[in-house]
Design a protein around this ligand. Sequence first.
Ligand code: ARG
Length: 604
Amino acid sequence: MGDETSTSVPAQGQEPAVGAGSVKQQLSRLVISSLRATVPEVEVEPMVEVSAKFADYQCNNAMGLWSKIKGSGTSFKNPNAIGQAIAKNLPSSDIIESTSVAGPGFVNITLSNSWVAKRIQDMLVNGINTWAPILPVKRAVIDFSSPNIAKEMHVGHLRSTIIGDTLARMFEFSNVDVLRRNHVGDWGTQFGMLIEYLFEKFPNWQEIGSQAIGDLQIFYKASKNRFDNDPEFKERAQQGVVRLQGGEEKYREAWKKICDISRSEFDLVYKRLNVELEEKGESFYNPYIPKVLAELSSKGLIQESEGAQVIFIEGYQIPLIVVKRDGGFNYASTDLSALWYRLNVEKAEWIIYVTDVGQQQHFEMFFKAARMAGWLPDPNEKKFPKTSHVGFGLVLGSDGKRFRTRSTEVVRLVELLDEAKSRSKSELLQRLTENGKIVDWTDEELEQTSEAVGYGAVKYADLKNNRLTNYTFSFEQMLSDKGNTAVYLQYAHARICSIIRKSNKDVEELKMSGAICLDHPDERVLGLYLIRFAEVVEEACTNLLPNVVCEYLYNLSEMFTKFYTNCQVVGSPEETSRLLLCQATAVVMRQCFQLLGITPVYKL
Ligand code: ARG
Protein backbone atom coordinates (compact mmCIF):
# COMPACT_ATOMS: atom_id res chain seq x y z
CA MET A 1 0.00 0.00 0.00
CA GLY A 2 1.25 3.44 -0.87
CA ASP A 3 1.86 6.00 1.80
CA GLU A 4 3.67 8.66 -0.13
CA THR A 5 3.07 12.14 1.16
CA SER A 6 5.27 14.14 -1.14
CA THR A 7 3.58 16.08 -3.87
CA SER A 8 4.14 14.83 -7.35
CA VAL A 9 5.53 17.53 -9.51
CA PRO A 10 6.56 16.59 -13.03
CA ALA A 11 10.29 16.71 -13.62
CA GLN A 12 12.02 19.67 -15.17
CA GLY A 13 11.50 20.10 -18.87
CA GLN A 14 7.84 19.05 -18.79
CA GLU A 15 6.59 21.74 -16.49
CA PRO A 16 2.82 22.25 -16.64
CA ALA A 17 1.23 25.57 -17.44
CA VAL A 18 1.21 28.23 -14.76
CA GLY A 19 -1.97 27.85 -12.76
CA ALA A 20 -2.33 24.14 -13.50
CA GLY A 21 -2.61 21.56 -10.75
CA SER A 22 -3.55 21.81 -7.10
CA VAL A 23 -2.57 24.74 -4.89
CA LYS A 24 0.04 22.48 -3.31
CA GLN A 25 1.44 21.66 -6.74
CA GLN A 26 1.55 25.33 -7.68
CA LEU A 27 3.28 26.29 -4.45
CA SER A 28 5.64 23.34 -4.90
CA ARG A 29 6.72 24.74 -8.25
CA LEU A 30 7.58 28.06 -6.60
CA VAL A 31 9.43 26.22 -3.85
CA ILE A 32 11.41 24.19 -6.41
CA SER A 33 12.69 27.33 -8.03
CA SER A 34 13.54 28.81 -4.67
CA LEU A 35 15.39 25.66 -3.64
CA ARG A 36 17.42 25.70 -6.85
CA ALA A 37 18.44 29.26 -6.11
CA THR A 38 19.07 28.66 -2.41
CA VAL A 39 21.03 25.41 -2.50
CA PRO A 40 21.96 24.70 -6.12
CA GLU A 41 24.33 21.95 -5.00
CA VAL A 42 21.57 19.65 -3.67
CA GLU A 43 18.54 18.19 -5.38
CA VAL A 44 15.56 17.77 -3.05
CA GLU A 45 11.83 17.26 -3.38
CA PRO A 46 9.75 20.27 -2.37
CA MET A 47 7.91 19.72 0.91
CA VAL A 48 4.75 21.76 1.05
CA GLU A 49 1.99 21.02 3.53
CA VAL A 50 -1.25 22.57 4.63
CA SER A 51 -0.74 24.39 7.89
CA ALA A 52 -3.80 25.03 9.99
CA LYS A 53 -2.02 26.83 12.82
CA PHE A 54 0.34 29.54 11.65
CA ALA A 55 -0.53 30.18 8.06
CA ASP A 56 -2.26 28.57 5.14
CA TYR A 57 0.61 26.44 3.86
CA GLN A 58 4.08 25.65 5.06
CA CYS A 59 7.35 24.69 3.39
CA ASN A 60 9.32 22.25 5.55
CA ASN A 61 12.51 21.79 3.54
CA ALA A 62 14.96 23.72 5.70
CA MET A 63 15.68 21.16 8.40
CA GLY A 64 16.30 18.31 5.99
CA LEU A 65 18.55 20.52 3.89
CA TRP A 66 20.49 21.60 6.94
CA SER A 67 21.33 18.02 7.86
CA LYS A 68 22.52 17.48 4.27
CA ILE A 69 24.78 20.52 3.99
CA LYS A 70 26.03 21.33 7.48
CA GLY A 71 29.72 20.78 7.83
CA SER A 72 30.20 21.02 4.07
CA GLY A 73 31.52 24.58 4.23
CA THR A 74 28.10 26.11 3.63
CA SER A 75 27.65 29.75 4.49
CA PHE A 76 24.34 29.02 6.23
CA LYS A 77 24.65 29.14 10.01
CA ASN A 78 21.56 27.13 10.92
CA PRO A 79 18.27 25.76 9.51
CA ASN A 80 16.50 29.02 10.28
CA ALA A 81 18.89 30.84 7.95
CA ILE A 82 18.08 28.35 5.19
CA GLY A 83 14.37 28.96 5.83
CA GLN A 84 14.93 32.70 5.52
CA ALA A 85 16.71 32.20 2.23
CA ILE A 86 14.01 29.87 0.88
CA ALA A 87 11.40 32.51 1.72
CA LYS A 88 13.45 35.27 0.13
CA ASN A 89 14.15 33.30 -3.05
CA LEU A 90 10.52 32.40 -3.73
CA PRO A 91 9.77 33.84 -7.18
CA SER A 92 7.34 36.70 -7.01
CA SER A 93 3.84 35.47 -7.66
CA ASP A 94 0.31 36.65 -7.11
CA ILE A 95 -0.43 33.48 -5.12
CA ILE A 96 1.46 34.50 -2.00
CA GLU A 97 0.45 37.38 0.23
CA SER A 98 3.24 37.06 2.77
CA THR A 99 5.70 34.64 4.33
CA SER A 100 7.31 34.31 7.72
CA VAL A 101 9.95 31.96 9.05
CA ALA A 102 9.52 30.13 12.33
CA GLY A 103 11.81 28.03 14.56
CA PRO A 104 14.12 25.71 12.63
CA GLY A 105 13.26 27.20 9.26
CA PHE A 106 9.59 26.49 8.69
CA VAL A 107 8.43 28.86 5.99
CA ASN A 108 4.84 29.90 6.66
CA ILE A 109 2.97 30.93 3.57
CA THR A 110 -0.16 33.03 3.64
CA LEU A 111 -2.12 33.04 0.40
CA SER A 112 -3.38 36.20 -1.14
CA ASN A 113 -7.11 36.70 -0.63
CA SER A 114 -7.60 38.09 -4.07
CA TRP A 115 -5.79 35.12 -5.64
CA VAL A 116 -7.98 32.65 -3.70
CA ALA A 117 -11.09 34.56 -4.73
CA LYS A 118 -9.99 34.64 -8.33
CA ARG A 119 -9.23 30.94 -8.39
CA ILE A 120 -12.76 30.20 -7.17
CA GLN A 121 -14.29 32.55 -9.66
CA ASP A 122 -12.26 31.07 -12.52
CA MET A 123 -13.53 27.64 -11.53
CA LEU A 124 -17.12 28.87 -11.61
CA VAL A 125 -16.60 30.28 -15.08
CA ASN A 126 -14.44 27.54 -16.62
CA GLY A 127 -15.72 24.48 -14.80
CA ILE A 128 -14.43 22.29 -12.02
CA ASN A 129 -12.37 20.21 -14.44
CA THR A 130 -9.85 23.04 -14.35
CA TRP A 131 -9.26 22.00 -10.72
CA ALA A 132 -8.12 18.51 -11.61
CA PRO A 133 -4.84 17.54 -10.00
CA ILE A 134 -1.92 16.45 -12.17
CA LEU A 135 -1.01 12.83 -11.57
CA PRO A 136 2.29 11.29 -12.68
CA VAL A 137 0.61 8.50 -14.70
CA LYS A 138 -1.11 8.42 -18.04
CA ARG A 139 -2.80 5.04 -17.93
CA ALA A 140 -3.99 2.84 -15.09
CA VAL A 141 -5.73 -0.51 -14.90
CA ILE A 142 -8.21 -0.84 -12.07
CA ASP A 143 -9.16 -4.47 -11.51
CA PHE A 144 -12.31 -4.47 -9.44
CA SER A 145 -15.63 -6.15 -8.69
CA SER A 146 -14.52 -9.42 -10.36
CA PRO A 147 -17.14 -11.91 -9.12
CA ASN A 148 -17.05 -15.58 -10.05
CA ILE A 149 -19.33 -17.11 -12.64
CA ALA A 150 -22.09 -19.33 -11.28
CA LYS A 151 -21.08 -18.49 -7.75
CA GLU A 152 -22.49 -15.96 -5.41
CA MET A 153 -21.70 -12.28 -5.90
CA HIS A 154 -21.31 -11.35 -2.26
CA VAL A 155 -20.87 -8.21 -0.16
CA GLY A 156 -17.11 -8.48 -0.66
CA HIS A 157 -17.70 -8.03 -4.38
CA LEU A 158 -20.04 -5.15 -3.57
CA ARG A 159 -17.28 -3.40 -1.62
CA SER A 160 -14.83 -4.03 -4.42
CA THR A 161 -17.33 -2.62 -6.92
CA ILE A 162 -17.98 0.53 -4.89
CA ILE A 163 -14.35 1.22 -3.96
CA GLY A 164 -12.99 0.35 -7.40
CA ASP A 165 -15.55 2.55 -9.17
CA THR A 166 -14.68 5.50 -6.94
CA LEU A 167 -10.96 5.08 -7.55
CA ALA A 168 -11.65 4.91 -11.27
CA ARG A 169 -13.74 8.08 -11.10
CA MET A 170 -11.01 9.91 -9.18
CA PHE A 171 -8.34 8.93 -11.68
CA GLU A 172 -10.57 9.73 -14.63
CA PHE A 173 -11.27 13.17 -13.19
CA SER A 174 -7.48 13.62 -12.93
CA ASN A 175 -7.19 12.94 -16.67
CA VAL A 176 -5.75 9.45 -16.32
CA ASP A 177 -6.84 6.93 -18.94
CA VAL A 178 -8.45 4.20 -16.80
CA LEU A 179 -9.05 0.64 -17.96
CA ARG A 180 -11.88 -0.55 -15.74
CA ARG A 181 -11.37 -4.29 -15.63
CA ASN A 182 -13.80 -6.91 -14.45
CA HIS A 183 -11.54 -9.92 -13.87
CA VAL A 184 -14.42 -12.38 -13.52
CA GLY A 185 -13.69 -15.93 -12.47
CA ASP A 186 -14.91 -17.58 -15.67
CA TRP A 187 -12.36 -20.35 -15.99
CA GLY A 188 -11.41 -23.33 -13.92
CA THR A 189 -12.31 -26.88 -13.11
CA GLN A 190 -15.83 -26.13 -11.86
CA PHE A 191 -16.95 -25.59 -15.45
CA GLY A 192 -16.64 -29.28 -16.31
CA MET A 193 -19.15 -30.05 -13.62
CA LEU A 194 -21.48 -27.18 -14.51
CA ILE A 195 -21.52 -28.03 -18.20
CA GLU A 196 -22.14 -31.76 -17.71
CA TYR A 197 -24.92 -30.94 -15.29
CA LEU A 198 -26.43 -28.57 -17.83
CA PHE A 199 -26.42 -31.31 -20.49
CA GLU A 200 -27.98 -33.75 -18.06
CA LYS A 201 -30.70 -31.50 -16.66
CA PHE A 202 -31.56 -29.66 -19.85
CA PRO A 203 -31.02 -31.85 -22.89
CA ASN A 204 -32.47 -28.99 -24.95
CA TRP A 205 -30.09 -26.47 -23.34
CA GLN A 206 -29.37 -24.74 -26.61
CA GLU A 207 -32.97 -23.57 -26.97
CA ILE A 208 -33.80 -22.57 -23.41
CA GLY A 209 -33.59 -19.06 -22.00
CA SER A 210 -31.80 -18.15 -18.82
CA GLN A 211 -35.00 -18.23 -16.76
CA ALA A 212 -35.36 -21.95 -17.33
CA ILE A 213 -32.12 -22.65 -15.52
CA GLY A 214 -33.28 -20.37 -12.72
CA ASP A 215 -30.94 -19.48 -9.95
CA LEU A 216 -27.36 -20.26 -10.89
CA GLN A 217 -26.25 -20.62 -7.31
CA ILE A 218 -28.78 -23.38 -6.73
CA PHE A 219 -27.70 -24.88 -10.02
CA TYR A 220 -24.09 -24.72 -8.84
CA LYS A 221 -24.91 -26.43 -5.55
CA ALA A 222 -26.89 -29.17 -7.24
CA SER A 223 -24.11 -29.89 -9.72
CA LYS A 224 -21.55 -29.89 -6.93
CA ASN A 225 -23.71 -32.36 -5.08
CA ARG A 226 -23.79 -34.61 -8.17
CA PHE A 227 -20.04 -34.25 -8.50
CA ASP A 228 -19.35 -35.21 -4.89
CA ASN A 229 -21.69 -38.16 -4.79
CA ASP A 230 -21.50 -39.84 -8.18
CA PRO A 231 -18.09 -41.07 -9.30
CA GLU A 232 -19.34 -41.64 -12.83
CA PHE A 233 -20.51 -38.00 -13.05
CA LYS A 234 -17.27 -36.82 -11.53
CA GLU A 235 -15.33 -38.66 -14.18
CA ARG A 236 -17.46 -37.07 -16.89
CA ALA A 237 -17.02 -33.62 -15.34
CA GLN A 238 -13.25 -33.98 -15.33
CA GLN A 239 -13.33 -35.03 -18.96
CA GLY A 240 -15.56 -32.05 -19.58
CA VAL A 241 -12.89 -29.62 -18.37
CA VAL A 242 -10.41 -31.14 -20.79
CA ARG A 243 -12.90 -30.90 -23.66
CA LEU A 244 -13.70 -27.28 -22.80
CA GLN A 245 -10.07 -26.32 -22.57
CA GLY A 246 -9.37 -28.19 -25.77
CA GLY A 247 -11.85 -25.84 -27.43
CA GLU A 248 -14.59 -28.36 -28.34
CA GLU A 249 -17.45 -26.38 -29.88
CA LYS A 250 -20.33 -27.78 -27.85
CA TYR A 251 -18.47 -27.23 -24.59
CA ARG A 252 -17.49 -23.68 -25.49
CA GLU A 253 -21.10 -22.93 -26.28
CA ALA A 254 -22.39 -24.34 -23.01
CA TRP A 255 -19.69 -22.43 -21.14
CA LYS A 256 -20.76 -19.26 -22.86
CA LYS A 257 -24.37 -19.85 -21.94
CA ILE A 258 -23.53 -20.25 -18.26
CA CYS A 259 -21.35 -17.13 -18.33
CA ASP A 260 -24.14 -15.15 -19.99
CA ILE A 261 -26.61 -16.05 -17.27
CA SER A 262 -24.21 -14.97 -14.53
CA ARG A 263 -23.36 -11.82 -16.40
CA SER A 264 -26.96 -10.71 -16.62
CA GLU A 265 -27.22 -11.23 -12.85
CA PHE A 266 -24.12 -9.11 -12.23
CA ASP A 267 -25.42 -6.44 -14.56
CA LEU A 268 -28.50 -5.92 -12.39
CA VAL A 269 -26.17 -4.79 -9.61
CA TYR A 270 -23.96 -2.65 -11.87
CA LYS A 271 -27.00 -0.97 -13.36
CA ARG A 272 -28.37 0.05 -9.97
CA LEU A 273 -24.99 1.33 -8.88
CA ASN A 274 -24.35 3.03 -12.21
CA VAL A 275 -20.98 1.35 -12.51
CA GLU A 276 -19.20 0.79 -15.81
CA LEU A 277 -16.86 -2.15 -16.20
CA GLU A 278 -15.18 -3.87 -19.07
CA GLU A 279 -15.04 -7.61 -18.67
CA LYS A 280 -11.78 -9.38 -19.37
CA GLY A 281 -12.24 -12.56 -17.39
CA GLU A 282 -9.68 -15.15 -16.38
CA SER A 283 -10.36 -17.09 -19.59
CA PHE A 284 -9.06 -14.17 -21.63
CA TYR A 285 -5.54 -14.62 -20.27
CA ASN A 286 -5.47 -18.39 -20.60
CA PRO A 287 -3.78 -18.44 -24.01
CA TYR A 288 -0.95 -16.26 -22.67
CA ILE A 289 -0.07 -18.49 -19.72
CA PRO A 290 2.31 -20.94 -21.45
CA LYS A 291 4.37 -18.13 -22.95
CA VAL A 292 4.55 -16.21 -19.70
CA LEU A 293 5.54 -19.30 -17.71
CA ALA A 294 8.18 -20.10 -20.31
CA GLU A 295 9.66 -16.66 -19.80
CA LEU A 296 9.69 -17.04 -16.03
CA SER A 297 11.20 -20.47 -16.46
CA SER A 298 13.95 -19.18 -18.72
CA LYS A 299 14.78 -16.65 -16.02
CA GLY A 300 15.24 -19.52 -13.59
CA LEU A 301 12.28 -18.60 -11.43
CA ILE A 302 10.22 -21.77 -11.72
CA GLN A 303 11.01 -24.97 -9.87
CA GLU A 304 9.47 -28.38 -9.46
CA SER A 305 8.10 -29.06 -5.99
CA GLU A 306 6.04 -32.08 -5.00
CA GLY A 307 4.89 -32.54 -8.57
CA ALA A 308 3.83 -28.91 -8.99
CA GLN A 309 5.63 -26.00 -10.66
CA VAL A 310 6.32 -23.25 -8.16
CA ILE A 311 8.15 -20.00 -7.56
CA PHE A 312 9.95 -19.66 -4.25
CA ILE A 313 9.73 -16.15 -2.88
CA GLU A 314 11.93 -14.67 -0.22
CA GLY A 315 10.11 -14.17 3.05
CA TYR A 316 7.42 -16.79 2.41
CA GLN A 317 7.36 -20.32 3.75
CA ILE A 318 5.14 -21.68 1.02
CA PRO A 319 5.95 -21.07 -2.62
CA LEU A 320 3.63 -19.57 -5.23
CA ILE A 321 2.17 -22.45 -7.21
CA VAL A 322 1.89 -21.68 -10.92
CA VAL A 323 1.12 -25.12 -12.35
CA LYS A 324 -0.86 -27.55 -10.23
CA ARG A 325 0.06 -31.19 -9.82
CA ASP A 326 -2.55 -32.21 -12.38
CA GLY A 327 -0.91 -29.88 -14.90
CA GLY A 328 -3.67 -27.25 -14.68
CA PHE A 329 -3.09 -23.54 -14.37
CA ASN A 330 -4.48 -21.60 -11.43
CA TYR A 331 -5.32 -18.20 -9.96
CA ALA A 332 -1.64 -17.22 -9.71
CA SER A 333 -0.64 -18.23 -13.22
CA THR A 334 -3.65 -16.33 -14.54
CA ASP A 335 -2.76 -13.26 -12.52
CA LEU A 336 0.85 -13.34 -13.68
CA SER A 337 -0.28 -13.52 -17.30
CA ALA A 338 -2.84 -10.76 -16.79
CA LEU A 339 -0.11 -8.58 -15.32
CA TRP A 340 2.17 -9.35 -18.24
CA TYR A 341 -0.64 -8.37 -20.61
CA ARG A 342 -1.46 -5.17 -18.74
CA LEU A 343 2.18 -4.07 -18.74
CA ASN A 344 3.15 -5.07 -22.26
CA VAL A 345 0.01 -4.91 -24.35
CA GLU A 346 -2.11 -2.37 -22.51
CA LYS A 347 0.94 -0.37 -21.43
CA ALA A 348 -0.51 0.54 -18.06
CA GLU A 349 1.76 2.32 -15.63
CA TRP A 350 -0.23 1.65 -12.50
CA ILE A 351 -2.12 -1.60 -11.99
CA ILE A 352 -4.52 -1.55 -9.07
CA TYR A 353 -6.35 -4.56 -7.63
CA VAL A 354 -9.34 -4.14 -5.34
CA THR A 355 -10.15 -7.20 -3.19
CA ASP A 356 -10.65 -8.06 0.46
CA VAL A 357 -7.52 -8.05 2.62
CA GLY A 358 -7.77 -11.84 2.84
CA GLN A 359 -6.08 -11.98 -0.56
CA GLN A 360 -3.21 -9.71 0.40
CA GLN A 361 -0.63 -12.47 0.52
CA HIS A 362 -1.52 -13.71 -2.94
CA PHE A 363 -0.93 -10.22 -4.31
CA GLU A 364 2.26 -9.60 -2.38
CA MET A 365 3.66 -12.87 -3.62
CA PHE A 366 2.91 -12.46 -7.29
CA PHE A 367 4.03 -8.82 -7.23
CA LYS A 368 7.34 -10.06 -5.86
CA ALA A 369 7.53 -12.73 -8.54
CA ALA A 370 6.99 -10.01 -11.16
CA ARG A 371 9.79 -7.99 -9.62
CA MET A 372 12.07 -11.02 -9.67
CA ALA A 373 11.28 -11.37 -13.36
CA GLY A 374 12.34 -7.76 -13.89
CA TRP A 375 8.86 -6.68 -14.98
CA LEU A 376 8.58 -4.06 -12.26
CA PRO A 377 11.29 -1.72 -11.04
CA ASP A 378 12.66 -1.78 -7.53
CA PRO A 379 10.06 0.24 -5.60
CA ASN A 380 12.79 2.26 -3.91
CA GLU A 381 14.30 3.40 -7.16
CA LYS A 382 11.54 4.17 -9.56
CA LYS A 383 7.87 4.64 -9.04
CA PHE A 384 6.36 3.33 -12.24
CA PRO A 385 5.19 0.99 -13.53
CA LYS A 386 3.81 -0.20 -10.27
CA THR A 387 1.18 -2.51 -8.82
CA SER A 388 -0.95 -1.90 -5.75
CA HIS A 389 -3.31 -4.09 -3.84
CA VAL A 390 -6.21 -2.10 -2.46
CA GLY A 391 -7.40 -4.31 0.37
CA PHE A 392 -10.56 -3.81 2.38
CA GLY A 393 -12.12 -5.21 5.53
CA LEU A 394 -15.27 -7.23 6.10
CA VAL A 395 -18.87 -6.12 6.12
CA LEU A 396 -20.41 -7.06 9.46
CA GLY A 397 -24.01 -7.49 10.52
CA SER A 398 -25.45 -5.86 13.65
CA ASP A 399 -24.45 -9.03 15.54
CA GLY A 400 -20.80 -8.24 14.81
CA LYS A 401 -20.48 -11.30 12.59
CA ARG A 402 -20.04 -11.54 8.85
CA PHE A 403 -23.03 -9.86 7.23
CA ARG A 404 -25.90 -12.15 6.23
CA THR A 405 -29.61 -11.67 5.77
CA ARG A 406 -32.43 -13.46 7.56
CA SER A 407 -31.61 -17.11 7.05
CA THR A 408 -28.24 -18.70 6.64
CA GLU A 409 -28.62 -17.78 3.00
CA VAL A 410 -26.24 -15.25 1.51
CA VAL A 411 -27.21 -11.63 1.03
CA ARG A 412 -28.61 -11.02 -2.41
CA LEU A 413 -27.06 -7.81 -3.54
CA VAL A 414 -29.92 -6.80 -5.81
CA GLU A 415 -32.40 -7.22 -2.96
CA LEU A 416 -30.14 -5.34 -0.62
CA LEU A 417 -29.99 -2.36 -2.97
CA ASP A 418 -33.71 -2.48 -3.62
CA GLU A 419 -34.33 -2.39 0.10
CA ALA A 420 -32.11 0.70 0.45
CA LYS A 421 -34.20 2.39 -2.19
CA SER A 422 -37.57 1.40 -0.78
CA ARG A 423 -36.60 2.45 2.73
CA SER A 424 -35.39 5.82 1.55
CA LYS A 425 -38.58 6.23 -0.47
CA SER A 426 -40.87 5.58 2.47
CA GLU A 427 -38.92 7.99 4.66
CA LEU A 428 -39.08 10.64 1.99
CA LEU A 429 -42.82 10.11 1.51
CA GLN A 430 -43.46 10.35 5.19
CA ARG A 431 -41.56 13.60 5.53
CA LEU A 432 -43.13 15.17 2.48
CA THR A 433 -46.59 14.20 3.69
CA GLU A 434 -45.91 15.63 7.15
CA ASN A 435 -44.79 19.01 5.89
CA GLY A 436 -47.39 19.16 3.14
CA LYS A 437 -44.85 19.31 0.34
CA ILE A 438 -45.85 16.09 -1.35
CA VAL A 439 -47.94 18.05 -3.88
CA ASP A 440 -44.76 19.61 -5.29
CA TRP A 441 -43.29 16.27 -6.28
CA THR A 442 -43.89 14.20 -9.40
CA ASP A 443 -43.72 10.40 -9.23
CA GLU A 444 -40.61 10.47 -11.34
CA GLU A 445 -38.86 12.88 -8.98
CA LEU A 446 -39.79 10.67 -6.05
CA GLU A 447 -38.42 7.62 -7.78
CA GLN A 448 -35.15 9.27 -8.83
CA THR A 449 -34.60 10.89 -5.47
CA SER A 450 -35.15 7.68 -3.52
CA GLU A 451 -32.69 5.90 -5.79
CA ALA A 452 -30.09 8.64 -5.45
CA VAL A 453 -30.49 8.77 -1.68
CA GLY A 454 -30.80 5.02 -1.12
CA TYR A 455 -27.96 3.75 -3.33
CA GLY A 456 -25.87 6.77 -2.35
CA ALA A 457 -26.30 5.88 1.32
CA VAL A 458 -25.00 2.34 0.74
CA LYS A 459 -21.98 3.63 -1.15
CA TYR A 460 -21.13 6.37 1.30
CA ALA A 461 -21.41 4.08 4.33
CA ASP A 462 -18.82 1.88 2.69
CA LEU A 463 -16.50 4.63 1.46
CA LYS A 464 -16.38 6.90 4.48
CA ASN A 465 -14.34 4.51 6.63
CA ASN A 466 -10.73 3.74 6.02
CA ARG A 467 -11.20 0.80 3.68
CA LEU A 468 -9.08 -1.54 5.79
CA THR A 469 -11.47 -1.42 8.75
CA ASN A 470 -14.47 -3.72 8.95
CA TYR A 471 -17.73 -1.86 8.88
CA THR A 472 -21.16 -2.67 10.19
CA PHE A 473 -23.97 -2.65 7.70
CA SER A 474 -26.98 -0.85 9.12
CA PHE A 475 -29.81 0.65 7.10
CA GLU A 476 -30.90 2.73 10.10
CA GLN A 477 -27.49 4.33 10.39
CA MET A 478 -26.76 4.91 6.74
CA LEU A 479 -30.22 6.35 6.06
CA SER A 480 -30.18 8.68 9.03
CA ASP A 481 -30.22 12.38 8.21
CA LYS A 482 -27.91 13.13 11.13
CA GLY A 483 -24.18 12.62 11.43
CA ASN A 484 -21.73 11.78 8.71
CA THR A 485 -24.09 10.10 6.24
CA ALA A 486 -24.87 10.57 2.57
CA VAL A 487 -28.40 11.58 3.50
CA TYR A 488 -27.13 14.40 5.70
CA LEU A 489 -24.84 15.54 2.88
CA GLN A 490 -27.63 15.37 0.32
CA TYR A 491 -29.69 17.64 2.59
CA ALA A 492 -26.78 20.01 3.01
CA HIS A 493 -26.36 20.25 -0.75
CA ALA A 494 -30.08 20.64 -1.42
CA ARG A 495 -30.22 23.42 1.16
CA ILE A 496 -27.51 25.40 -0.62
CA CYS A 497 -29.39 24.97 -3.88
CA SER A 498 -32.51 26.27 -2.21
CA ILE A 499 -30.69 29.33 -0.80
CA ILE A 500 -29.60 30.17 -4.33
CA ARG A 501 -33.05 29.53 -5.79
CA LYS A 502 -34.75 31.68 -3.20
CA SER A 503 -32.42 34.62 -3.80
CA ASN A 504 -34.07 34.97 -7.21
CA LYS A 505 -30.70 35.87 -8.69
CA ASP A 506 -29.26 34.38 -11.81
CA VAL A 507 -25.92 32.85 -10.72
CA GLU A 508 -24.92 32.29 -14.31
CA GLU A 509 -25.00 36.02 -14.73
CA LEU A 510 -23.46 36.78 -11.33
CA LYS A 511 -20.42 34.63 -11.93
CA MET A 512 -19.62 36.55 -15.11
CA SER A 513 -20.10 40.02 -13.67
CA GLY A 514 -19.75 39.85 -9.88
CA ALA A 515 -16.67 39.34 -7.77
CA ILE A 516 -15.88 37.20 -4.76
CA CYS A 517 -14.50 38.87 -1.69
CA LEU A 518 -13.19 36.99 1.36
CA ASP A 519 -12.99 39.66 4.04
CA HIS A 520 -14.98 37.90 6.76
CA PRO A 521 -12.89 35.20 8.53
CA ASP A 522 -15.54 32.53 7.84
CA GLU A 523 -15.58 33.46 4.16
CA ARG A 524 -11.83 33.10 4.03
CA VAL A 525 -11.85 29.72 5.79
CA LEU A 526 -14.49 28.44 3.38
CA GLY A 527 -12.66 29.85 0.37
CA LEU A 528 -9.36 28.27 1.39
CA TYR A 529 -11.02 24.94 1.97
CA LEU A 530 -12.72 25.06 -1.42
CA ILE A 531 -9.44 25.55 -3.26
CA ARG A 532 -7.93 22.58 -1.42
CA PHE A 533 -10.23 20.31 -3.43
CA ALA A 534 -7.58 19.37 -6.01
CA GLU A 535 -4.99 18.32 -3.47
CA VAL A 536 -7.56 16.23 -1.64
CA VAL A 537 -8.28 14.32 -4.82
CA GLU A 538 -4.56 14.05 -5.44
CA GLU A 539 -4.01 12.56 -2.00
CA ALA A 540 -6.95 10.16 -2.37
CA CYS A 541 -5.48 8.94 -5.69
CA THR A 542 -1.88 8.76 -4.50
CA ASN A 543 -2.77 6.72 -1.43
CA LEU A 544 -5.79 4.98 -2.95
CA LEU A 545 -8.04 6.13 -0.13
CA PRO A 546 -11.58 7.20 -1.07
CA ASN A 547 -12.38 8.08 2.57
CA VAL A 548 -10.18 11.18 2.15
CA VAL A 549 -12.76 12.60 -0.26
CA CYS A 550 -15.63 11.69 2.11
CA GLU A 551 -13.92 13.46 4.97
CA TYR A 552 -13.38 16.53 2.84
CA LEU A 553 -17.00 16.57 1.71
CA TYR A 554 -18.27 16.29 5.27
CA ASN A 555 -15.92 19.02 6.56
CA LEU A 556 -16.86 21.25 3.67
CA SER A 557 -20.52 21.03 4.56
CA GLU A 558 -19.70 21.81 8.21
CA MET A 559 -17.65 24.82 7.15
CA PHE A 560 -20.42 26.00 4.94
CA THR A 561 -22.85 25.82 7.86
CA LYS A 562 -20.52 27.97 9.94
CA PHE A 563 -20.20 30.50 7.15
CA TYR A 564 -23.93 30.58 6.60
CA THR A 565 -24.64 30.99 10.31
CA ASN A 566 -22.25 33.91 10.67
CA CYS A 567 -22.57 35.64 7.31
CA GLN A 568 -25.90 36.81 6.08
CA VAL A 569 -26.25 36.02 2.40
CA VAL A 570 -29.51 37.20 0.87
CA GLY A 571 -30.18 40.89 1.38
CA SER A 572 -26.70 41.73 2.66
CA PRO A 573 -24.31 44.20 0.97
CA GLU A 574 -22.07 41.21 0.18
CA GLU A 575 -24.93 39.29 -1.40
CA THR A 576 -23.31 38.75 -4.80
CA SER A 577 -20.01 37.54 -3.44
CA ARG A 578 -21.69 35.31 -0.90
CA LEU A 579 -24.07 33.78 -3.41
CA LEU A 580 -21.04 32.96 -5.54
CA LEU A 581 -19.45 31.25 -2.54
CA CYS A 582 -22.68 29.27 -2.07
CA GLN A 583 -22.57 28.29 -5.72
CA ALA A 584 -18.89 27.29 -5.54
CA THR A 585 -19.59 25.14 -2.47
CA ALA A 586 -22.47 23.43 -4.27
CA VAL A 587 -20.31 22.81 -7.34
CA VAL A 588 -17.48 21.30 -5.28
CA MET A 589 -19.91 19.18 -3.29
CA ARG A 590 -21.45 17.87 -6.49
CA GLN A 591 -18.03 17.00 -7.83
CA CYS A 592 -17.30 15.08 -4.63
CA PHE A 593 -20.60 13.23 -5.04
CA GLN A 594 -19.65 12.51 -8.62
CA LEU A 595 -16.30 11.05 -7.52
CA LEU A 596 -18.06 8.89 -4.95
CA GLY A 597 -20.55 7.66 -7.53
CA ILE A 598 -23.46 9.34 -5.76
CA THR A 599 -26.15 11.22 -7.69
CA PRO A 600 -26.71 14.60 -6.04
CA VAL A 601 -30.26 15.79 -5.43
CA TYR A 602 -31.26 19.42 -5.77
CA LYS A 603 -34.33 19.44 -3.60
CA LEU A 604 -35.27 17.34 -0.60
N1 ARG B 1 -12.59 -13.50 -8.56
C1 ARG B 1 -11.83 -13.16 -7.38
C2 ARG B 1 -12.69 -13.35 -6.14
O1 ARG B 1 -13.89 -13.40 -6.23
C3 ARG B 1 -11.31 -11.75 -7.40
C4 ARG B 1 -10.37 -11.44 -8.53
C5 ARG B 1 -9.52 -10.23 -8.24
N2 ARG B 1 -8.63 -9.91 -9.31
C6 ARG B 1 -7.51 -10.54 -9.62
N3 ARG B 1 -6.83 -10.13 -10.67
N4 ARG B 1 -7.08 -11.55 -8.90
O2 ARG B 1 -12.16 -13.45 -5.06
